[in-house]
Design a protein around this ligand. Structure first.
Ligand code: GLA
Length: 382
């Protein structure tokens, strides 16, 4: 728990609105393995982290909702009737989307005052948007006695992203942020939306994130395009989702597909297999296999699904000759953000130094390095 963040948000709320707020913390997430498999109703392996969004929220007697984004020093007021997305609205759309989706269920959000801030590094691909959505839906649920289950809440958050942010994301980020368990990762079946909790203890090894500090253009449309390809291939195979496809079935329609589409679908089928193999390797305490699967996942995203970029490839390539790193891969939606590395704890400091120097030399700007703690999902801090 970041006490500084809690104090900052809570004090700012009290100062501005002169009442006592509910305080909600909603975490960001990492993903051990399984990218773009979620919207194919496949498997993913995320975990909530100790960085996220802190929200202070309380009912108000006024006619409008008030939101103060403390980090950005931006304030926004809106009426709960007639909610529409704001052009280039950034963070506003996640909140508007959540309120609108609650209304779509026939439930009512009344005016509220709120202040939020976060400690997730911006643009790192650690799902600050899911954390923000979940913090609001969770807070509003309590404040207005909406009676929503956690499962309903994450669906609201996901729809907010679809309809107000324009990203047709899967359920992984919202799920991990809401349901995270301390020191654990969640093997999530995105068909049943149920997960199995795996306590994570890599013994002498740990997970380390390296942020490329890039976000390439058109990431949202590239993401949505991948989703369309997956849907088209599954339609061609007469199955609801690529989750239901085997490599043999896919090979059967190879001649009907472009090489690009075939490769993308094949990546999804293989990545699903890797997630399951990864969960087995955790149970077997087989760290070598975990590392190999991470590298294979990266190769699949780079060569078949085509969502990597030169900065992420560089960060992964540099680890291959390092005997203390068992595996690495890009993490998240792609085209920027972080790599996730499985590294010997005693080798972290040397690696940080090496990669920082070589990265800045190669690209002219710095990478950032984070250690994260696997933590519990969205919760009240007061
Ligand atoms: C983004 C989306 C998720 C998931 C990942 C890729 O984070 O929000 O739903 O698809 O990309 O695995």
């Amino acid at each position: 728990m970041n006490q500084g963040l809690l104090d900052k948000v809570s004090e700012s709320f009290t100062e501005k609105y002169h009442t006592d707020p509910l305080l909600v913390f909603s975490p960001g997430r990492i993903n051990l393995i399984g990218e773009h498999t979620d919207y194919n109703e496949g498997f993913v392996f995320p975990a909530a982290i100790d960085k996220g969004i802190m929200l202070a929220i309380q009912k108000s007697d006024a006619h409008t909702c008030q939101v103060l984004a403390l980090d950005k020093k931006e304030h926004y007021a809106f009426d709960t009737t007639a909610i529409v997305p704001v052009a280039n609205g950034g963070w506003r759309n996640y909140i508007l989307g959540v309120v609108a989706e609650i209304h779509n269920l026939g439930l009512k959000v009344k005016p509220f005052n709120s202040v939020f801030a976060g400690d997730i590094p911006a643009g790192a691909g650690l799902s600050s948007s899911a954390a923000l959505e979940n913090s609001f839906v969770f807070g509003l649920n309590i404040l207005f006695g909406l009676g929503l289950s956690k499962r309903q809440m994450i669906t609201i958050s996901q729809k907010a992203e679809h309809h107000f942010a324009g990203v047709k994301c899967g359920i992984m980020d919202q799920y991990a942020s809401m349901f995270g368990v301390e020191d654990s990762a969640l093997l999530l079946d995105c068909r049943s939306i149920a997960s199995k909790t795996f306590q994570i203890d890599f013994k002498d090894y740990e997970l380390l994130l390296v942020n490329s500090n890039v976000k390439h253009d058109l990431v949202e449309s590239a993401y949505n395009d991948r989703r369309v390809v997956c849907e088209q291939v599954s339609a061609q195979l007469n199955v609801p989702f690529l989750r239901d496809v085997t490599k043999t079935a896919l090979r059967g329609i190879r001649k009907d597909l472009s090489t690009e589409d075939y490769d993308k679908a094949l990546y999804i089928v293989e990545e699903n297999e890797r997630v399951l193999a990864f969960s087995k390797a955790i149970l077997d305490e087989d760290l070598q296999t975990l590392g190999t699967l991470l590298y294979q996942s990266h190769e699949g995203m780079r060569d078949k699904f085509k969502i990597s970029c030169k900065e992420l490839d560089f960060l992964v390539d540099i680890t291959v000759s390092n005997p203390h790193i068992l595996g690495a891969r890009m993490m998240g939606g792609g085209f920027g953000g972080c790599t996730i590395n499985l590294i010997l704890s005693t080798a972290v400091e040397d690696f940080k130094k090496q990669i920082s120097e070589q990265y800045v030399q190669q690209f002219g700007w710095e990478c950032s390095i984070y250690s994260v703690k696997l933590s519990k999902g969205t919760h009240l801090t007061k």
